[in-house]
Design a protein. Structure first.
Length: 180
């Protein structure tokens, strides 16, 4: 869309699209950080609950999960009378163990490893975006301002950005009214 606006020599459209891009990237960055912790906790809880339900045990280990997969697979395939099922089940078990090992970087799985890896990767993405090892509230917005500060200043009409300026400007533009 920006290329089309540039080709049409429409600077107002280019400006508006650039502003939208900055807003989208800012929102994306904020969502990643704010949601990473909640998502990680929610994922850990959901995975734990699902696995408990799946294996039918409160305390389980990953071998219980593999055994349950194997048992359910055998039951489903037994109706097909597949003479090669044991080989297939063994390969599926090995493949799932390999996938978990590759994702977590660990040969032996311990409960929570997948969730911890997701959390680590999310934090890495935020760190890569901000260039900072430890995230502090506002770092993503500050980085977005560095990358597209002029567009944000033009959008908000303010020389110095303060948290909430973008949201206030959006609401003002949508609903009208004074800048409060």
């Amino acid at each position: 869309q920006i290329a089309i606006a540039q080709a049409a020599d429409n600077p107002n459209r280019v400006r508006d699209l650039a502003r939208l891009l900055v807003l989208a990237k800012t929102a994306e960055g904020i969502a990643v950080k704010e949601g990473a912790t909640e998502a990680s906790n929610a994922v850990q809880t959901a995975v734990a609950d699902s696995l408990r339900s799946f294996v039918g045990k409160e305390d389980y280990n990953f071998d219980d999960v593999y055994s349950e997969i194997n048992k359910r697979g055998k039951n489903a395939v037994s109706a097909l009378d597949d003479i090669y099922f044991e080989d297939i089940a063994r390969e599926m078990s090995l493949a799932s163990k390999a996938a978990v090992a590759k994702f977590t970087g660990k040969e032996e799985y311990k409960f929570g490893d997948v969730s911890k890896e997701i959390d680590t990767r999310a934090k890495g993405a935020v760190s890569a975006f901000t260039g900072k090892e430890d995230y502090k509230f506002g770092d993503i917005t500050n980085e977005a301002m560095k990358r597209g500060g002029d567009a944000v200043k033009g959008f908000t009409g303010k020389e110095e950005y303060k948290f909430g300026d973008i949201s206030k400007t959006i609401l003002k533009n949508i609903f009208g009214g004074d800048d409060k």
